[in-house]
Design a protein around this ligand. Structure first.
Ligand code: IMP
Length: 426
């Protein structure tokens, strides 16, 4: 088996700028793959000042002639899928070949209703702050073995049969538990049959396709969505998403064997953000947080919600580097720190007078960050093309992260555009 597969993961709470990193790596990649999550992701790519946001499709869709795959681990919202394909077509950017796994589960309209109803049910203080895209309820059905898969959409009779069973249960839950209106079979079936017809040309056996690609020497990039700290097992549970966002999810989510792994690339934002509820030790609710939010454009790509912002959390980063076995870092949004008099990095947590440099999610809410202060820089770095041309303080910041996280920074983002990137070998 050839070691041709790289996995790229968000090392924080998502929104690290993975879309741009994937796009930058594009020329050296043959196959781009999404392996978990769904239309809750928002991967932004900016080419020549024009912004494209992919929620469901892999970020490699803008590259002509490449293969883009949606693996079995993704939950597919057919409406969103077809909308993104249509938008690319209208802009004449549908240049890549796209295949979606027949085994991927389908986000149905009742999943979205349930997602929102469950948030209301949890109430203030217990809410997760989901994106409302039906992700959690769809994965629940997958594991409860009640779900519909993409392959089910392709056969109208089978779909009718499976959907009537699913709806019977969902309608009881919707009406009796959440006081919602029931859904009629026709109301759900009619659009679903239509989705099936439109999706059919894209459906395939993606695990076989990917295996063959690797065997024939193609370079494959698995593109993680969200971030490791939102992982269903290893994240800040219950304030997490419902999939395996860590590198390990890349294998179950595609059917590729572990033996083909080459690099694990951690995408790290130069500071920290989080959207939705849950602990975030370095959150800054004052001037610094506001400044990072404004300068970094930290508003959700999917929901438009303002993101919570703060300094880089090295304790959480070390945890996520270990968990992923990440051996390369792509450091994004360095330019957002330009103009800060000083830059702080959280190197430990403190609780009841005791310091720790380990993550304990159970009490993460109670931790106070212990900061180390580094020098800032004023020079505009957006046109820097080499590491050496960065101001000395910016170079020091990069080296500090390399030392603390234990991996080389091979890519540095100096601005939103595709070209505003210092590539040191990624
Ligand atoms: P869900 O994935 O919609 O169920 O939301 C669960 C949690 O994950 C919420 O806190 C969301 O804000 C967060 N989340 C989901 N997708 C993303 C993403 O792409 N970036 C950042 N946070 C996300």
């Amino acid at each position: 088996m050839k070691n041709k597969v790289d996995i790229l993961v968000g090392a924080q709470w998502g929104d690290e700028g993975k879309g741009k990193v994937v796009d930058t790596m594009g020329p050296n990649v043959d196959v781009f793959v999404r392996y978990q999550g769904g239309a809750n992701a928002g991967h932004t790519v900016i080419v020549d000042g024009k912004k494209v946001i992919f929620k469901l499709l892999p970020s490699g869709m803008l590259y002509p002639g490449k293969l883009c795959v949606i693996g079995n681990g993704v939950v597919v919202d057919p409406e969103q899928f077809l909308k993104e394909v249509q938008e690319l077509r209208e802009r004449r950017q549908d240049r890549a070949c796209l295949v979606v796994s027949s085994l991927a589960h389908v986000v149905m309209p009742y999943h979205k209703i349930l997602d929102k109803a469950q948030e209301v049910f949890r109430g203030k203080g217990r809410m997760i702050g989901t994106t409302g895209r039906g992700i959690g309820p769809c994965y629940v059905d997958k594991y409860a073995r009640n779900g519909l898969r993409v392959e089910d959409l392709l056969d109208a009779d089978r779909l009718r049969e499976k959907l009537s069973v699913a709806l019977e249960e969902k309608n009881r839950i919707l009406t009796k538990l959440y006081n919602e209106k029931p859904m009629s079979l026709d109301e759900v079936l009619t659009p679903a049959v239509e989705w099936g017809k439109n999706l059919a040309p894209y459906v395939g056996n993606t695990s076989e396709l990917l295996y063959d690609a690797v065997e024939s020497g193609k370079r494959v990039l698995l593109e993680g969505a969200q971030g490791v700290l939102l992982d269903i097992d290893h994240g800040t549970y219950p304030y997490v998403t419902s999939s395996s966002t860590s590198a390990a999810g890349g294998f179950t989510g595609t059917g590729l064997p572990l033996a083909c792994l080459d690099r694990v690339i951690a995408v790290v934002k130069a500071y920290t953000t989080r959207v939705g509820e849950g602990p975030m030790p370095t959150e800054d609710k004052g001037e610094i947080g506001d400044r990072l939010r404004e300068k970094g454009g930290e508003f959700g790509a999917v929901t438009g919600r303002p993101r919570r912002c703060g300094w880089l959390d090295m304790v959480a980063l070390r945890y996520s580097m270990r968990l992923n076995g990440a051996n390369v870092i792509a450091l994004t949004k360095m330019d957002v720190l330009t103009g800060m008099k000083e830059i702080k990095v959280c190197t430990a947590y403190e609780r009841n007078g005791t310091k720790t440099d380990r993550v304990d999610f159970l009490v993460l809410e109670e931790y106070r960050p212990v900061f180390e202060t580094l020098g800032g820089w004023d020079e505009d770095i957006s046109a820097c093309e080499t590491f050496e041309s960065l101001p000395a303080a910016a170079q020091k910041y990069v080296e500090y992260i390399e030392k603390g996280a234990g991996a080389p920074v091979q890519l540095i983002g100096t601005g939103p555009d595709r070209n505003q990137t210092i590539n040191r070998g990624l």
